[in-house]
Design a binder for this molecule. Structure first.
Ligand code: N7H
Length: 477
């Protein structure tokens, strides 16, 4: 059985959050750090604590009590540079992690420049510095989170004589305001509907929510289909965290939809624009999957966990049929379901599953931005996901699926190319990107996306999230 007191709380259970701050740091004094870290470890939140916290939130809600329960949950993770700084040189067998995301950014398709043979992505300067680790705190309110963060910074003496770490940058994410927007990302779509269930942890799985073996999320556990070497014993119960600082050009995205409505009998121009948005994402803004309800939103279906994930794209690739959902729709590119898992391919893609834990950042679109159809304030997604392999999970999804117009392959054979994932597909900041099959009545047409992508990567790093035991024995002294 899984040891829920040993696994950090965000991986399987997800820290409850209305707001979350990521504090990126560099270790400046290793010996002092190990001592201060020992005092910090008890504040790291376990999975068992999150499960209990979620129960308390449920009870609070069912009793119709006002406000939220004050809560601040803590997690910590280290980059490969951080492990090296601490003298931990064991190989964790993940080339993406070992290389670090700055070096890997070219392979992710991030825009940037190559000078003298060296690629440098167009990232914020903080993410070009060497980051050793990240402490992230999630909670019900900025007050709860800031209070906890100040306690932690004091433990490490941040900014004071006697410190062992220096701050590189802190980034705060917030759930969007208002009942209508909360849980929706900045383009307006409901997020956080589909994550894999994990065997041995999730007691119920919803229709369409495939359960995966714990080894796809945690190191040192069974995966039933991989031949990866055993990790060093201290890495067992740990996971890899992919963090991406993704900006979203919301007025530009909205303008693109407005300019390119899908023309179908009976649809107004506005409905045609909404349909295009749904076809690019694979779900309506409400969250209803277009594979179930292709031409009309269905908010009742969207809110029903028994139905809102219960689709497979069954046999559509074989019939080259994208009338329900384009092959390149974001949710289809990133989790193709029966396009790969069904006959005749019958691939096992459990190793491509990721546990998404992102949060929005930045303000709502202003009236001026709306009127000028131009972004003036930075906003987007602090994308975060877990898996037991970055190479097989996040990196593969971004590189080989979202950025690869030929994927899925059969679509290419029969009707040209499926095209790019219009939401996250990158082409190193240049060149024409097209999406095929956005018009349900004419799968042969392509739509050309603007040169500047709607999602702009501006930083990130790969981290390892150790178990509580490892924090005590391997990191603290
Ligand atoms: Fe995506 N979006 O608002 O359009 N994503 N995503 N994502 N994403 C999903 O099903 C979005 C990003 C996945 O199981 C939904 O829970 C935005 C990256 C995966 O059916 C929406 C950004 C990667 C899924 C969005 C962004 C992924 C998924 C539907 C960036 C990985 C689950 C809600 C700013 C490389 C697919 C849901 C499944 C769903 C959006 C980033 C992957 C609405 C705006 C970088 C695996």
């Amino acid at each position: 059985p899984l040891d829920l007191n040993n696994i950090q709380g965000d991986i399987l259970a997800g820290l409850p959050k209305k707001t979350e701050t990521y504090f990126f740091f560099q270790v400046s004094d290793v010996n002092r750090f190990r001592g201060q870290f020992a005092k910090f470890v008890p504040s790291v939140t376990t999975t068992a604590q999150v499960v209990a916290g979620r129960q308390a939130i449920q009870e609070h809600k069912s009793q119709n009590k006002e406000g939220l329960i004050p809560m601040a949950a803590v997690a910590v993770a280290f980059s490969n540079a951080g492990l090296i700084k601490l003298g931990i040189t064991d190989d964790l067998n993940d080339a993406a992690f070992t290389e670090g995301q700055l070096k890997g950014a070219e392979n992710l398709g991030d825009p940037g420049k190559t000078t003298n043979g060296v690629f440098s992505p167009d990232w914020e300067p903080e993410f070009k510095k060497e980051i050793h680790g990240v402490i992230y705190v999630a909670g019900d309110s900025i007050l709860s989170v800031d209070k906890k963060l100040i306690e932690i910074k004091l433990l490490f003496g941040v900014g004071l004589p006697g410190h062992s770490i220096t701050e590189i940058t802190s980034i705060r994410g917030d759930v969007r305001p208002g009942k209508e927007n909360s849980a929706h990302e900045h383009f307006g779509f409901l997020d956080g509907i589909s994550n894999p269930a994990v065997e041995g942890f999730d007691k119920t799985t919803f229709p369409g929510q495939d359960a995966i073996a714990p080894g796809f999320m945690l190191l040192g556990h069974e995966t039933n289909n991989s031949s990866k070497p055993q990790p060093p014993s201290w890495a067992v119960d740990g996971s890899f965290l992919t963090f991406r600082y993704l900006f979203q050009l919301v007025p530009e995205f909205d303008d693109f939809l407005e300019q390119n409505p899908i023309i179908l009998p009976g649809l107004s121009r506005k409905e045609g624009s909404e349909l295009l948005g749904a076809r690019l994402v694979g779900r309506w803004k409400s969250g209803a999957p277009i594979d179930i309800t292709p031409l009309k939103d269905d908010p009742v279906l969207a809110a029903d966990p028994q139905r809102n994930n219960d689709f497979k794209f069954e046999n559509e690739l074989n019939n080259n049929d994208q009338s329900r959902c384009p092959f390149a729709a974001h949710v289809r590119k990133t989790y193709p379901r029966d396009d790969l898992e069904g006959p005749p391919r019958n691939f096992d893609i459990d190793n491509r599953r990721i546990m998404r834990r992102g949060i929005q950042f930045g303000p709502e679109v202003t009236l001026i931005e709306k009127a000028e159809k131009k972004t003036h304030h930075g906003r987007g997604l602090l994308f975060a996901c877990y898996s037991s392999s970055i190479v097989d999970g996040f990196q593969f999804i971004q590189q080989s699926w979202a950025n690869t117009p030929e994927f899925p392959l059969n679509a290419a054979g029969k009707s040209g190319q499926a095209g790019f994932d219009a939401i996250i597909g990158q082409k190193k900041g240049g060149g024409v990107r097209t999406v095929n099959g956005t018009n349900p009545s004419d799968p042969t047409t392509n739509i050309t996306l603007p040169n500047e992508t709607f999602v702009v990567p501006k930083g990130g790093e790969y981290f390892f999230v150790p178990s509580i035991a490892a924090l005590k024995t391997k990191f603290a002294a």
